[in-house]
Design a protein around this ligand. Structure first.
Ligand SMILES: Cc1ncc(COP(=O)(O)O)c(C=O)c1O
Length: 378
């Protein structure tokens, strides 16, 4: 009865775990949840802007597109407002780009590890993924990248504080990747929701802004900086890709939520976003440092990790042979939720890893959760 693609529709372990982690006793390192205290809460005045309640343009509110384009220019991606498409969360961008470019059997270059809900979407459309190892110690595997680019139609990369590894591509790596993509004429899909969450220095400019020839889609989100419940993100695309992407958006949901667009426009226009982020960074820096200290106290010599410069995650490598799914279940029984690393790879047999989120629990619960987790490891 279902379409053939539904055979390829896997469930997302994160969303399944999220349901379990709602209990107040649960210490959750599993999702990518912002801290409750960091969520932006606007002063909700009755809205006089009647337009918010009417159907709106598929591309998004003109004022918001303009503000997004200006902000992108400031971080190194020059573009016009006509290149901006407002999304109901950047997850929608993954769906639209997959619909635009992925047929059954189409090769898609992905990082290994990669954001699991992107793998879920590419798989649904029948992509044949070409994994490129990226890790916090060795950086990008350029031999695998060059090989993959020769074959891939689309290259999906999260170069800035990657989910899950936390890795941030260096300036040199960004230049090399841009040159490789230009040579191969693969379409770059750069996913960048963590750019503003940089705890030491500032994030390097996107790869998309360094391309000379290749087509590209870049996307960002307001979920991690303001609030995920707004469901608001955006994509910026090479002009040649805009018309079909706008049509796909029309076919998917007509347009993004206008109330959220109205709120975010205000927040961008009056500088609240920058002030809010500046307030959140010390909180997250403290939590990151608390997790690094707890890991060092309880797991030094038994696991490996790099303290991330930005984003929301630690990526922990465990001794060979550790069964991370069994570990996840034993940790859940102790009211600690963690994400097994296997979910972020398309192929079995990866080194055992865990992704630990540090933004949601406070430092006391981080210490308690890491101590409980360490007690479960040999
Ligand atoms: C790499 C990456 N892309 C996209 C998303 C989706 O974010 P949203 O739809 O909330 O903008 C996430 C969320 O965790 C993510 O980590």
């Amino acid at each position: 009865m279902f379409a053939r693609r539904i055979d390829r529709l896997t469930s997302s372990l994160v969303r399944d775990l999220l349901a379990l982690t709602q209990h107040p006793d649960m210490i959750s390192f599993a999702g990518g949840l912002p801290a409750d205290a960091a969520l932006f809460r606007p002063d909700l005045q009755p809205l006089s802007a009647a337009d918010v309640w009417q159907y709106g343009p598929s591309e998004g509110e003109p004022g918001l597109r303009e503000l997004v384009a200006r902000r992108a220019g400031a971080f190194g991606l020059a573009c016009t407002p006509e290149q901006v498409l407002i999304l109901n969360g950047s997850q929608q961008g993954i769906d639209l780009v997959a619909k635009l470019l992925v047929d059954e059997g189409v090769p898609v270059l992905v990082e290994a590890p990669a954001y699991l809900a992107a793998l879920q979407a590419f798989r649904l459309f029948g992509a044949r993924t070409l994994p490129v190892p990226v890790d916090a110690t060795g950086g990008v595997d350029f031999a695998a990248l060059q090989d993959g680019l020769q074959r891939a139609r689309l290259a999906y990369l999260t170069p800035t504080f990657q989910n899950p590894s936390g890795y941030c591509y260096s300036e040199t790596e960004r230049e090399r990747v841009a040159a490789g993509i230009d040579d191969a004429a693969t379409v770059l899909f750069e996913d960048d929701p963590y750019r503003d969450l940089c705890y030491d220095g500032t994030a390097p400019a996107p790869i998309a802004g360094r391309l000379r020839r290749a087509h590209w889609v870049y996307q960002g989100s307001f979920s991690k900086t303001l609030a995920p419940g707004l469901r608001l993100g955006y994509l910026i695309a090479h002009p040649a890709l805009m018309a079909p992407l706008v049509r796909l958006k029309q076919a998917a949901d007509l347009h993004s939520n206008r109330l959220s667009q109205h709120l975010v426009s205000q927040v961008l226009r009056d500088g609240t976003l920058e002030r809010h982020v500046a307030g959140v960074l010390p909180l997250y820096r403290e939590r990151r440092d608390a997790m690094h200290a707890a890991l060092t106290r309880h797991l030094a010599g038994r696991a490996h990790w790099r303290c991330p410069v930005g984003g929301l995650f630690f990526w922990i490598t465990l001794p060979a042979g550790t069964d991370t799914m069994a570990l996840m279940h034993r940790a859940l029984a102790q009211n600690v939720a963690v994400m097994p690393g296997d979910a972020f790879f398309d192929e079995a047999g990866a080194t055992p890893c865990l992704r630990l989120n540090f933004s949601h629990a406070d430092p006391t619960r981080i210490e308690l959760g890491v101590a409980r987790l360490a007690a479960l490891l040999p």
